[in-house]
Design a protein around this ligand. Sequence first.
Ligand SMILES: Cc1cc2nc3c(=O)[nH]c(=O)nc-3n(C[C@H](O)[C@H](O)[C@H](O)COP(=O)(O)OP(=O)(O)OC[C@H]3O[C@@H](n4cnc5c(N)ncnc54)[C@H](O)[C@@H]3O)c2cc1C
Length: 346
Amino acid sequence: MYSDNHIELKNYNTFSLDAKAQAIYSATSVEELLMLWKNALLKGLPVLLLGGGSNVLFISDFDGLVILNRITSLVITESSQEWFIHVGAGNNWHQLVKELIKSGIYGLENMALIPGSVGAAPIQNIGAYGMEFKDVCHYVDIVDINNGKQYRLDATECQFGYRDSIFKHKYRENFAIVSVGLKLNKLWKPILTYAGLTSLTAQTVTAQTIFDAVCKMRQSKLPDPCLVGNAGSFFKNPVISRMAANQIKARYPRCPEYPQTNGTVKLAAGWLIDQCDLKGFQCGGAAVHSDQALVLINKNNATGKDIVDLARYIQKKVIEKFAITLEPEVRFIGKYGEVNAMDAIS
Ligand SMILES: Cc1cc2nc3c(=O)[nH]c(=O)nc-3n(C[C@H](O)[C@H](O)[C@H](O)COP(=O)(O)OP(=O)(O)OC[C@H]3O[C@@H](n4cnc5c(N)ncnc54)[C@H](O)[C@@H]3O)c2cc1C
């Protein structure tokens, strides 16, 4: 797929924004990806790698080449105790979860229905319903665009954190994730710690039951991007000191808090936004979802600017009320590539 002229990106970002790119290609192999990237560099075009476009916000047209990562492969091997899944970065995450369960390989069910590609999963260490990508990561394979060399990073080297990894820092530019290795214990243990799953019985529950329950809860809580443009949680949940959390708790006893192992406390960004009475609040064509305060939606032909203005307003209101600065989880894409989201909304 290629054009030298302006290509509509509406179908390639789940916000369904009307941004344009100079050109768009699909890469189905590492060689193709390298070739496309090098050609773009020779032409002086910036490159944006996209999977499912479910974690990006186009704040303007992108004056470069979009490469869709469509490197798909799936190789499953096993030892007496573990399954080893080697999967191409272009595979769809949810389809992988579904197919593995169908094959009797369990352990990803809590992360069912997270949109996007396998290759993007390590970048923000996707997580939901009591587990994160890091819990199943064996390794991540990357390619250096400058020299074509491939490297394998084990889970420790990926430096996973809450919505964070080395792929947002050292390996953010000029590197592409090309495949991922997962390690799943054959001695499956259900994870039922998260609200909504606690009523299931550990002794009798199956992975399929958890998968179905997670899908049902997500479908009832989150707007479907096929119907209403959105990128899931727009802001990260803020992590603050115990002392700051105590001060908030003294003023707002009902504020939910999640103590972290290092002594800090995670708060629910959606709750903070909701306390500012912003559900349903609109800025141009963008709005805060009327049920989920953490989800910003493309309500009526929103532009990237509408969503940035709305995010800025939300951030200001939360600072005024709680003295907490919310940070976007979504990646902002400008004319020449990614821009700093905090700078864009401040
Ligand atoms: C309705 C909805 C619900 C969501 N729920 C959750 C949730 O529960 N938990 C959660 O963690 N996330 C959630 N998300 C966010 C999103 O699903 C994840 O961030 C997902 O991993 C993004 O995958 P993607 O392929 O769409 O990435 P894209 O949006 O295509 O890309 C995201 C970023 O990664 C870069 N990138 C993409 N592929 C590669 C690659 N192969 N190599 C290098 N860089 C690459 C892009 O350049 C971009 O900067 C949700 C999103 C939506 C729309």
